[in-house]
Design a protein around this ligand. Structure first.
Ligand code: ADP
Ligand code: MG
Length: 616
């Protein structure tokens, strides 16, 4: 038989390698930024267009390349960073595989301009799909500019597989965070579609964190610092009360390289034990320094995982150090059984005789009567074709009325009496029997037996359909706030928010001011509590970042799902009979009443036969 094995041509081998190195635009960003760091640049600029799908450009003022190196750097296994296998165990650079540029050049249009310190003129080289198109001399400043255009132009499957621009941008920003946090002594700038996203001057690490994540971060930071023979730890953890529902700000750096380590993460989380609410994740920026020969970075192709020689000791040390820091900055709850500060009386009141509070209950108060408004929130309707049931719903969902009522019952006024007046009989009585169990399920009788409805999921379904309608065909009514609420997010989050601003406005949000990190909100969707606005938007941003719209589903869908989830009546909320009935009516007006937006069942029906069996 004839021999059949052939060596793959270089450009094919490079394309295959690219599959490992370049998963998405953010991978290119990481490689280019790291190369600039390795070239000892003190100032690095990242320019991105269309989430990196059209252009990724990194401009550095590092040591540059000679014209020969400029050509060589695109060959596979071409690296200036290691010379033999032993060097692998004493790495002081980010790169060492010599694969990145070869891979990138195989799947994009690449342009390189570079000049070394002592060369008079530099080099300008273009290369497309591994093929050198031109190399010319060029007048350029010292340093390197690498532009990557039309990523995956020759691998359509890969290109089509890319996620939406907000998602890809998020990944790019993540990489940018990781590299710029590890190198505060380098100035960084990021520009996306022509506007500045980050402008980070040379600074210390604390300032770098604040410049990236916003001014308010400063007061949340607790310094961490410890040194032993095997590891030196420095950096910050976020105070426990700022732990988030998503793993946002969790960063480990080992010898200035960002790494992921579930094991060390566990050490940190366990140091926070008992201090954070369940389901929240503490934030941290931790820098570990270990002797280079005690780690192996080579176990993962994109190098975010590493192996430590003495992982257990590092775990124990990290945990103890963080506990110590949290204690030292007295962020652990201090329990003083002798004294409760809430009993302290301000001096000017200490001599006065207490006045018995009086309470007035307006028994004819009806929140559904036009003209009534709740605490600083005036309900206004953008559309005049609002039907009566909608206004009924607005009031029902407005939890401020429930809160008021709680206060009243707390004062031992019989709640029945109050509710009796809140809802006039003739308006709501439908003759159907419903009741709530465990503040979680609504039970209603149906012809064939009984139906149990999950209140939270049912409300999610209702809101989801309503929100989708608002975003696409009919703008929602908006609750105008007397005083705009201010919410603050980091710059990239505000950027992300901008991409869905219009949809949000359709659902009832009115933005009265829009700055880099702070937004003023003067209108919110009906039924949303003023105090929840920040949380709802935060949750939505997290969902937008983390959840990728399923194929065929739009961003609107994702947005509606997320908002519905955080706006829906929570499990554990007591509901009035009329609210229960109203929820059922609305649910059955939905297109798909039986499943939640996430495809969970909303209701179960127990028919008489099922019941009969129980009594046999
Ligand atoms: P690695 O970084 O693993 O060595 P790369 O493919 O990323 O592999 O880069 C190949 C070589 O090109 C590097 O070793 C370096 O010598 C050179 N190089 C790449 N980017 C730059 C840059 N921005 N400035 C100077 N030299 C660079
Ligand atoms: Mg590299």
């Amino acid at each position: 038989m004839a021999n059949i094995i052939k060596l793959l041509p270089d450009h094919v081998a490079n394309q295959i390698a690219a599959g490992e190195v370049v998963q998405r635009p953010a991978s290119v960003v990481k490689e280019l930024l790291e190369n600039a760091i390795d070239a000892e640049a003190t100032s690095i600029k990242l320019i991105v267009k269309d989430a990196g799908k059209t252009l990724i450009q990194v401009i550095d003022n590092g040591k540059g390349m000679s014209d020969i190196d400029a050509r060589l750097c695109f060959d596979r296994h071409a690296t200036s960073k290691i010379q033999n296998a032993d060097d692998l165990f004493n790495l002081h650079t980010k790169g060492f595989r010599g694969e990145a540029l070869a891979s990138i050049a195989a799947i994009a249009h690449v342009e390189l301009k570079t000049k070394t310190e002592d060369a008079e003129i530099g080099t300008h080289l273009t290369i497309e799909g591994s093929k050198v198109i031109s190399q010319e001399v060029a007048v350029v400043p010292k340093g390197t500019t690498l532009s990557v255009k039309n990523l995956f132009f020759n691998i359509p499957a890969r290109r089509n597989f890319l996620k939406s621009n907000p998602v890809e941008t998020r990944h790019i920003i993540d990489e940018f965070h990781r590299v710029s946090l590890a190198h505060p002594q380098v100035a960084f700038k990021m520009i996306h579609n022509g506007s500045d996203v980050f402008d980070l001057p040379v600074s210390n690490i604390r300032q770098r964190i604040v410049n990236i994540f916003g001014k308010k971060t400063d007061e949340k930071l607790v310094p961490v610092s410890e040194e032993t023979e095997i590891v030196k730890v420095s950096g910050f953890v976020l105070k426990p009360e700022f732990a988030k529902k998503s793993r946002g700000e969790q960063f480990f750096f080992v010898n200035d390289r960002f790494i992921k380590s579930p094991y060390l993460n566990h050490a940190v989380v366990s140091a926070f034990e008992g201090l954070t609410k369940e389901g929240t994740y503490p934030g941290y920026f931790l820098f570990l320094e270990v002797p280079p020969q005690s780690i192996d970075i080579n176990i993962h192709p994109t190098k975010t995982e590493i192996k430590f020689d003495d992982e257990h000791s590092i775990y124990a040390m990290l945990r103890a150090t963080i506990k110590h820091s949290l204690g030292q900055f007295s962020v652990a709850p201090v329990l003083d059984f002798n004294k409760d500060s809430s009993f302290d009386t301000p001096y000017e009141y200490s001599k006065k005789t207490p006045v018995v509070p009086t309470i007035e209950v307006d028994r004819s108060f009806n929140p559904f009567k036009e003209g009534n408004s709740s605490k600083g929130a005036k309900v206004s309707y953008k559309k005049d074709n609002t039907t009566a049931w909608e206004s009924l719903y607005v009031g029902l969902k407005d939890e401020t009325s429930l809160v008021d009522q709680d206060t009243i019952t707390g004062m031992q006024v019989e709640s029945e009496e109050v509710t009796g007046h809140l809802f006039t009989e003739e308006k709501t009585h439908t003759g159907q029997v419903t009741f709530q169990i465990q503040n979680k399920y609504i039970v209603s009788s149906v012809k064939s037996g009984m139906m149990v409805i999950h209140q939270h999921l049912a409300h999610q379904r209702i809101l989801y359909e309503e929100l989708l309608k608002n975003m696409t065909v009919q703008e929602a009514i908006s609750q105008q706030l007397l005083f705009p609420v201010e919410v603050s997010f980091s710059k990239p989050k505000v950027e992300l928010l901008a991409t869905v601003k219009e949809q949000l406005e359709h659902t009832g949000f009115v933005f009265s001011s829009w700055e880099e990190e702070t937004l003023g909100i003067s209108g919110i969707p009906a039924g949303v509590k003023e105090s929840n606005v920040g949380i709802i938007l935060e949750q939505m941003l997290n969902d937008l970042e983390n959840e990728v719209p399923e194929a065929g589903f739009s961003q609107n869908d994702l947005l509606a799902k997320s908002l519905a989830k955080s706006m829906a009546i929570k499990t554990g909320t007591a509901m009035q009979k009329e609210e229960q009935e109203h929820l059922i009516h609305q649910l059955f007006a939905c297109k798909e009443p039986s499943v939640s937006p996430d495809n969970r069942p909303v209701l179960v029906v127990l028919n008489a036969n099922d019941l009969d069996k129980k009594f046999m």
